[in-house]
Design a protein around this ligand. Structure first.
Ligand SMILES: Cc1cc2nc3c(=O)[nH]c(=O)nc-3n(C[C@H](O)[C@H](O)[C@H](O)COP(=O)(O)OP(=O)(O)OC[C@H]3O[C@@H](n4cnc5c(N)ncnc54)[C@H](O)[C@@H]3O)c2cc1C
Ligand code: FES
Length: 279
């Protein structure tokens, strides 16, 4: 069992868990993920490592409540345990000295991109981060991402904080203003990553995205996380999750993400009934 050392509610529907997992903490690198299972009957879900402390033997994940497992996970508190915490999995994000890098994060992905931005900065790159959220009350880790960046631009869809609009707008301006941008890293909802890649494509700037197809085993065995990149089939769990955003077949990815919508809804309704939450 893996003990929860700390649970923190970051914003409504998004939570942080610090887990006692010394073996994972020893090997984790930016961009990698773990597959967790709450108990022996639970489904496996992938979550990206947001932080880790080798000395303490802890790994931090940040997750958003979307369906049954993430809602169940949100009911756990400090001192409780989960059955499985497997990792680190996936190919770490390639960290190199390239020059100027734009890191774009949408929603909970600020937690995912922060260690990448920090590693890129530590390597000597100039890091410009763009952080987007639907509204002010869903923004978190602004200071943490600011510390990991040379410059931080914030957008909210409804204009309740900082600049009103989508992350693609400042991204396009930075590219148009003649700045030499050597790479863009975009992590967040699939549609956000797709439009970041569409924005950078005419400028020919390499754009890396972290794909989030449905995963089961996370070790290349089940084929569930199949994606098409440059016309070649890849397994996101072992070949990724980072891929060239200009090569991803976004329509296929989004169609495959919707495969089990009916089952996911049924599972969530059943869970709510069990909890007595059903309206
Ligand atoms: C490599 C990777 C890293 C991820 N890191 C994070 C993270 O750090 N924080 C976070 O909040 N979420 C992360 N996700 C997404 C997270 O795994 C899903 O939100 C979670 O599996 C949903 O489970 P559920 O039972 O709560 O919802 P479900 O009812 O299963 O699904 C609700 C929605 O989530 C999508 N989904 C379902 N299962 C998966 C799955 N196994 N993988 C991806 N999407 C799924 C479905 O398309 C559906 O729209 C990551 C996904 C991948 C592939
Ligand atoms: S999750 Fe099974 S092959 Fe990737």
């Amino acid at each position: 069992m893996y003990k929860i050392l700390k649970r923190q509610d970051l914003v409504p529907g998004i939570h942080l868990l610090k887990i006692d997992a010394p073996k994972v903490a020893k090997k984790a690198k930016p961009g990698q993920f773990v597959v967790i299972r709450i108990d022996e009957k639970g489904e496996r879900i992938p979550l990206t490592v947001a932080d880790w402390d080798e000395k303490e033997g802890s790994v931090t994940v940040v997750f958003m409540e979307v369906g049954t497992t993430t809602h169940r996970l949100a009911t756990l508190g400090t001192g409780e345990s989960i059955a499985d915490f497997v990792g680190p999995l996936g190919v770490p994000t390639h960290i190199d000295k390239l020059g100027t890098i734009i890191c774009v994060a949408g929603g909970f992905a600020v937690a995912v991109i922060r260690p990448i931005a920090q590693a890129m900065k530590d390597k000597g790159n100039k890091v410009i981060s763009i952080l987007g959220a639907r509204s002010k009350d869903l923004l978190f880790w602004e200071d943490e991402l600011r510390r990991a960046s040379d410059e931080l631009i914030i957008t909210t869809d409804d204009g309740s904080y900082a600049r009103k609009g989508l992350v693609t707008e400042p991204l396009e301006e930075l590219l148009e203003n003649g700045n030499k941008i050597d790479m863009v890293m975009a992590i967040g909802p699939t549609v956000m990553m797709k439009f970041c890649a569409k924005t950078t494509e005419p400028f020919g700037v390499k754009t890396v995205v972290s794909l989030n197809p449905i995963m089961v085993d996370g070790t290349g065995m089940c084929g569930c996380c199949r994606v098409s990149v440059g016309g070649v089939t890849k397994f996101a769990c072992v070949d990724g999750p980072d891929f060239d955003g200009h090569q991803v077949d976004w329509d296929l990815l989004m169609a495959r993400q919707r495969t089990y919508l009916d089952e996911e809804k049924l599972s969530f309704d059943q869970w709510q009934c069990q909890c007595g939450n059903h309206t």
